[in-house]
Design a protein around this ligand. Structure first.
Ligand SMILES: Cc1ncc(C[n+]2csc(CCO)c2C)c(N)n1
Length: 231
């Protein structure tokens, strides 16, 4: 069994929770609160700035020119296509250029991006790919699942999101990263594979927390006036 299949199978219970999150479900049904999506878009814009750096680090750690080229094109497509979608959504949701550029990361955005960057900077190429893969792979699966809901991809607000992440082009990028992880895992010892599994598990968990953060629009709790209620 390929290493990626082992991960995918083992983490199914958490993986399914991502698909079942109300943010994802309501996006598919077209009922998601606009404010939650707006919050998500701003945080995701910040997320993508940091995430793009993983591709740049991938190009640095690449083991051959072909890998280097693919990381460079992933960096290009994230900054120019995926972030273009965010800028387009920003217009739709009246998010000004200033708001986007001056936005502050929520605790989860900060924790998730810094965790990935730590692993990418300090780890092997296999560890870097293990950190970035749940992001690409889970969005592709979620995109495809939502695209099967009749009318979802045509929805006035959430349709473009579904179209982008379910696209064939996007699937090819995710597949390339899955194959790279499998190649990098070949011949590794069990303790080394366990380390990769742990990183993959953590970023899968962070994916869930990112949906949750957006759904409940969570910033630092102490920034709101303290009301004495138990949280
Ligand atoms: C929290 C969060 N997780 C995953 C993605 C999806 N994503 C981010 S970069 C990239 C690679 C191709 O551009 C993909 C698929 C996201 N946007 N936000």
């Amino acid at each position: 069994m390929k290493f990626s299949e082992r991960l995918h199978q083992k983490l199914q219970p958490i993986w399914r929770q991502n698909h079942a999150h109300p943010f994802v479900k309501e996006m598919g049904e077209g009922t998601l609160d606009k404010e939650a999506f707006r919050f998500f878009m701003v945080q995701d814009y910040l997320y993508l700035i940091e995430y793009s750096k993983l591709f740049a680090l991938g190009a640095v750690k690449a083991e051959n020119v072909q890998q280097m080229e693919t990381f460079a094109s992933l960096l290009h497509s994230t900054m120019n296509e995926e972030m273009a979608l965010h800028r387009q959504y920003a217009k739709k949701f009246d998010i000004t250029h200033d708001e986007l550029e001056n936005a502050q990361p929520s605790p989860i955005t900060l924790a998730y991006t810094r965790y990935m960057l730590y692993e990418a900077q300090n780890g092997t190429i296999a560890e870097l790919v293990a950190a970035l893969l749940p992001c690409m792979w889970s969005y592709w699966e979620i995109g495809k699942e939502l695209n099967e809901i009749p009318g979802a991809a045509k929805h006035d607000l959430y349709g473009e999101w579904i179209q982008m992440y379910s696209s064939e082009e996007f699937g090819q990028l995710a597949t390339w990263c899955i194959d790279l992880l499998d190649q990098a895992a070949e011949g590794k010892s069990e303790p080394e594979l366990y380390k990769l599994e742990e990183i993959f598990l953590n970023t899968t968990r962070y994916e869930f927390m990112f949906w949750d953060m957006a759904y409940y629009q969570q910033m630092w709790p102490m920034d709101q006036s303290f009301d004495g209620k138990k949280r």
